[in-house]
Design a protein around this ligand. Sequence first.
Ligand SMILES: [Zn+2]
Length: 414
Amino acid sequence: MSLPTVRIDEDRLWQSLMTMAEIGATPGGGVCRIALTDVDREARDLFSTWCRDAGLDLRIDRMGNIIGRRTGRDPDAPAVVTGSHLDTQPLGGRFDGVYGVLAGLEVMRALNDAGIETQAPLEVIDWTDEEGVRFAAGVVASGVYAGRFDLEYGLNLPDRAGETTFARELARIGYDGEAPCGGYPVDAFFEAHIEQGPILEQEGVPIGAVMGAQGQRCYAVTVTGEEGHAGTLPMALRRDAMVGASRMIDGLYRLAFDVTPPPVITTGYVSVRPNSRNTVPGQVVFSIDIRHPDNAVLADVCARAEALCRAAAAELGVDVAIEESSRRDSIAFDADCVDVVRTAADGLGLACRDIYSGAGHDACNLARTVPTGMIFVPCKGGISHNEREDALPADLAAGCQVLLEAMVARAGLA
Ligand SMILES: [Zn+2]
């Protein structure tokens, strides 16, 4: 590409990550920085200072998103935007979210050092409350920005304890900004993030060009048989809800291996009634979580899952009720943005593979209205939402360099 050599600074990026990780550091080596707490405010203050030091124009929008803007030769051109989140899970790690924010900042710093002016403005954003730990839902602030939710809905969200609201907590920590949340022209959005899964590390590939996020459907399954005495009820006369549920769960597991490319299917919740050692179980309720990147395949897998549960119930003489508890369609990222990421990795001689996100991200909201791409980098053992979350400085730097190339490719050189 025609971009002069602009190298991001691996050490500066790593040092910034480690400095930020001290805010809310846990004894186990992780980070607890829950949205709109005092610790979140501390992290926001530090990020804001770093943005000002980098000469960025800083603004806070109505949802408390912090936006650092580096103007371009054409200040009215639609901005090329990057960002992620500084908030974490209660026992979170040092990289989930914060990497994407500080990689964006490092892009700005590196362009400053090289004296590069872009045609379009660049922005780096800390999205408020991605994790959804305290309030009713996550990724709401990026959702308001992208027009998925009303501003009033976002501001009035109650916390889980029912003691306060999103708006009140924003005001309390001094981040109830005045800038409009979204509603201005954006050319593209890129989010750099650790993969939070094992694929890149296992394959030794440093860059994932994220194609989109998989769809998800969840079910609550109730299997009803009849309770009976474990010693006296002959096997042939039993209607054992536990055996019914077991056969269904095993069938679901096998189904996942019977589809290409495979879905992921999980039963993580089971409740048994009466849950007594010497009573034949009368009722079992269990969860099914099915995810796949292709909505049509997902629908087909879900239909097969339902059918196999009904077949197992009929075979064992138990009843089954299957209720869909939630549904989220898959999201395809913008083909050009995905290609910009691939091209950037190629140009840097970095191996790159297409990958789907198993998790939700702010980028999934942005993708509804803005051409969007994501850059994944490996994390150790695929571990995330965990204090042991870890990543290599060189991998983080590679992802940041790809982010820089992708943003400049989109924004153009002045
Ligand atoms: Zn994240």
